[in-house]
Design a protein around this ligand. Structure first.
Ligand code: ADP
Ligand code: MG
Length: 252
């Protein structure tokens, strides 16, 4: 759905190429991870799919429709949750439905999502009373409430401690697979990408380019020490020149 996609930020003191000539299609119902170091253009890429940023060249389409601007069928989840602090958990989840004047059974949709994301008992809590993991569950439920065609997540677990992060990685897979929602998940964490991704799109920085897309043909839920996963990990570390560095040092 991205074809020859290029994004250049023009500035008086020189242009910044966020990414260039990216060709990438996301399969229906898959969880695609976009993996790369900071500054390689991941957020900008996600923003162009969301319609929050315009491409400088090439094209972006979702479900065959060119992306012209933001739309409720493309849900975003950010690292900092972006919840409304004055609204309860339930009201946050319902927000998108209220905002677009949705006429169906909102109460049922919210109740289903509270159950799916395991937020029972917290319906009337405010965001300030929630842990980071719980807050991210609310952000996810809010994005899903609109029955999105595609879910876009930008380093959603970056602010969580390592253990909560692993728990949320399991949860995100369970939840998006239960909903069958097509998901693009941006991360700079190699293990996270390989644990959650059906495929992992590897980007390099300066200029931001899509290097290759690696399928992860291991069924969910995954074993973190699955030998096949460990082999893929080595492959990705090698791709980023991060493997076998000790040997390199000793041979200098
Ligand atoms: P990532 O999310 O992979 O860390 P970004 O998409 O945020 O990368 O940024 C890619 C590049 O584009 C960086 O060099 C960044 O400085 C630049 N960039 C991002 N947003 C803007 C902007 N609004 N104006 C100018 N440059 C930007
Ligand atoms: Mg980013």
């Amino acid at each position: 759905m991205l074809e020859g996609a290029t994004k250049v930020f023009a500035a008086r003191n020189g242009d910044t190429v966020a990414f260039q000539d990216v060709n990438l299609s996301v399969h229906e119902g898959e969880l695609l991870c976009v993996l790369g170091p900071s500054g390689c253009g991941k957020s900008t890429l996600l923003n162009t799919i969301a319609g929050l940023d315009k491409l400088s060249g090439g094209s972006v389409a979702v479900g065959g429709e060119p992306v012209a601007g933001p739309h409720f069928t493309r849900g975003m989840v950010f690292q900092d949750y972006a919840l409304f602090p004055w609204l309860t958990v339930e009201e946050n989840i319902r927000f998108g439905l209220d905002a677009r004047g949705f006429k169906g059974d909102k109460q049922m949709i919210v109740a289903d999502l509270v159950a799916l994301t395991r937020l029972q008992g917290f319906e009337r809590a405010r965001p300030s009373q929630l842990s980071g993991g719980m807050a991210q569950r609310v952000a996810l439920a809010r994005a899903l409430a609109n029955q999105v065609e595609i879910l876009l997540m930008d380093e959603p677990f970056g602010a969580l401690d390592a253990f909560t992060r692993m728990e949320m990685q399991e949860e995100i897979v369970r939840i998006v697979k239960a909903q069958g929602v097509t998901t693009v998940f941006v991360t700079h964490d190699i293990d996270e990408a390989l644990y959650v991704g059906d495929r992992v799109a590897i980007m390099s920085a300066h200029p931001g380019e899509l290097r290759r897309v690696i399928p992860v043909p291991i069924a969910h839920p995954r074993d973190r020490v699955d030998p096949q996963l460990v082999r893929l990990r080595e492959e990705v570390f090698t791709e980023f020149n991060l493997a076998h560095t000790r040997e390199q040092y000793y041979h200098i």
